[in-house]
Every structure is written in structure tokens, then in C-alpha cells.
Design a protein around this ligand. Sequence first.
Ligand SMILES: NC(=O)c1ccc[n+]([C@@H]2O[C@H](COP(=O)([O-])OP(=O)(O)OC[C@H]3O[C@@H](n4cnc5c(N)ncnc54)[C@H](O)[C@@H]3O)[C@@H](O)[C@H]2O)c1
Length: 397
Amino acid sequence: MTKIAMLGTGFIGRFYADSIQGYRNRDKIVAIYSRRDESVKKFMTDYDVPFGTTTMEEAINRPDVEVVCVSLPNNLHEEAVMLCCKYKKAVMVTKPLGRNAEEAKRMLEAVEKAGIFNGYLEDLVYTPKFLKAHESVKNGALGRVLWAKSRETHPGPHSEWFWDMEQAGGGCILDLGCHCVEISRSYIGKDILPVEVMCWADTQVKPIDAEDHAIGLVKYENGAIGQFEVSWTFRGGLDLRDEVMGSEGTIWTNGFLRTGLEMFTTGKGADYVAEKAESNTGWLFPVGDELNELGYNHMFMDMLNAFEKGIQPKETFYDGYVVNAILDAAYRSAKSKLWEPVNLAHWRGRTGVGKDSHLQEFDAEHYLVKEEVTHYGAKKLILKNKVTGKISEQVMQ
Ligand SMILES: NC(=O)c1ccc[n+]([C@@H]2O[C@H](COP(=O)([O-])OP(=O)(O)OC[C@H]3O[C@@H](n4cnc5c(N)ncnc54)[C@H](O)[C@@H]3O)[C@@H](O)[C@H]2O)c1
């Protein structure tokens, strides 16, 4: 059994607690911190937690606490991590790791100096669909990954602090782009250097200082392109969709709005449908097991197994730092309207990875451009002469 202190009793703190203590799991939350006494008491009752406090340090510095789970607003992640370093407690932090790469870098350097276990809670690279798709990509089913696009759009977050630049650190680029960037990066290869970012962002609907809609491109050193599409102004629920295109294949995933359960109701007995569902009447797309569909179960399985074994989980603070650095470049690009470099003081992947050749051998004189069987039964070959560059066609009846 791993004994955990949960910091935060809000939206994600409760999802995490449901996952950690659900399904007869052997892990246990033994301490809870929240801002308000009534939230502490309610969480203690709901999750059978023996100790609660409104002082963050008290929850972390409990002798029985082995791992601290940070589920607090973005501006409080660093304070919580520094306390974990002070008391040498293993720490897992929700996304985004920092409000920017500077914060993330300080946290990364601090946990490594303190020598403590660190996990980055990026659930969307642990969803069953992602795990299956990623395995296929790793096994070569798609050939060379050329383009990895990830979309997270919804009608906007559920708590006031998200809408405040100082506390949140940004708008939908930071809040949702962090998921998308890590998904694309995982498909392209976490050891491949992200080089530069081009991003459009605007505040289209909400009366806020931050961006509520953005689209960005992340160029990787091997020539692959990552793409993120994020919005706090999307109507119709929580849209989580990814597309991976490779030289040998394609994968499309729909993570939430279409999971195979479709229902119509006039509204009688209307109930909770799914995260950020905007309606509970008409045609609906409920989610059978949100904890599983969103990756929380597989994420904590990996995190806590790794902690017990004394090894690194799949997602560490280092990954959170790289994601923050990519998003910082996106913010700069949205302002400058130029490709902006990703500044990484710490890079632990490969460098100098060139782009693979796009010239496919056909015979001594030609490259193959395309091969196709037509509806009238002809097999067509489109070829390019290696010397003259001339394009020609061969038709076999
Ligand atoms: N899929 C995901 O991984 C996911 C989803 C939602 C939120 N998050 C992240 O989780 C963190 C918390 O988000 P949330 O949705 O649970 O927020 P929330 O507002 O629902 O909960 C925040 C919690 O922090 C506590 N808190 C302590 N000090 C506070 C302060 N000064 N101001 C506000 N709250 C304070 C609140 O009492 C509350 O328990 C954020 O970093 C967010 O990005 C991750």
C-alpha cells in the first residue's frame, strides 16, 4: 500500500482520489489539504481520510505520507513541489507542470537535487485508446510518423482561477495545449528535439485577458510536424480527437464524444452525462467509465508501480518541462507571428536527427511516385526519372 497526501479537493483532486482508491485499489489517501475547512471535512468523509488540514505544509510533512499528489491551481504547483523537496517526499503533479518553462525548470532541478521520485500527471497519454495506438506506432504500423495532430476543445473550465491570468499562467494554450503537445510528442518520439513553433491565438468569445482559442504547429528535428487545436469556446462537450499520419498508415482516435455509447432522452430523469457535456436531453454521448477513458487508472498504475520499484514513471517532471518550453514558444509566436525557437536549457534526447529521404527506389533509373489500381482495372505506375526529373506513367492492363 502506498500512502498518499492529496493537495486539493476540487475537480481533479476528486477524479484522482476516485482512481487511486477505486476498484479495491491498495493505495490510500492518508492526508488531505484544501483551502477551506468544509472542503477538507467533506473530502475526509467521502474518501475515508484520517487527517485533514488547511495548511499545505502539515499535509506534506506527515510521517506516514510517502507520496504527495498535487491537484492545486497552477500558481501553487511550485510552492507544493518545493515543500516536497524540503521534506524529501515523492511528488506527482497535475498538468501543466508550471505556468511557464522557467517555473517548470526550477521544479525539475529542485526534485533532481533533492533526489525524490517525480511524476508528471499527464493522463491523456495513458488512455486505453492512446496506449493501443501508441503501441501500433512503436511497432511500425504507420511507418515514419509525419504528422501528429491532437485536439482538446470544450466550453471552458469550471473554476474561477483558470480565467485569471496570474493564477492560471495562460489560457487554453497552457490549459489544454499541454495535453495535445505531449500526445503529439509521444507519437513523434519523445527523444526527437522539438525545434520551433508557429501559433495563432485569439480571444474570440470570453471576456478575459487570455486566449480562448488557438491552433499551433510544432516542428521536430526529424521533419515531423505536431499540431495542436485548443479552445475554451467550443460548443458541444469535451472534444478529444487525435490523428496520426505516417508513411505507411493512419490512426484516428475519438477519446470522449464518441466512445460507442449513444443515447436519446427527452430529459426525463436527466442526470450527469459526462465531463463538460452541455446538455442532458436529446442525443447524448455518455462515457461508460470516465476514469478509465481519461487514462487516470493506467496513469496511477504506472506512477505508483514505478514509485514502489524505485524507477521512473513514463511521464516525469522532465516531460512537463519540455511541454512548458514548447508552449512558451507558442505564446511568443502568437505575438510575433513568426516561427519561434523552443528554448531548452535541458535536452536529454537525441540531436542531429535528419529527415529521412522521400525518394523511394523503383529501378536503376526511376523513383516511384505512386502506384494505383483504377476502377477500370488498369494498374498505373507514376515514376520519376532520377537524372532528368521527368515524370512518366506506365499503365499495365
Ligand atoms: N485532465 C487533467 O489532468 C486535469 C483536469 C482538470 C484540472 N487539472 C489541473 O488540476 C489543477 C487543479 O484544477 P481543478 O480543476 O481541480 O481546480 P478546482 O478549482 O476544481 O480545485 C482546486 C483545489 O485547490 C484548492 N486551493 C487551495 N488553494 C487555493 C487557492 N489559492 N485558489 C484556488 N484553489 C485553491 C481548492 O480548495 C480546491 O480544492 C490545475 O493545475 C489544473 O490544470 C488537470
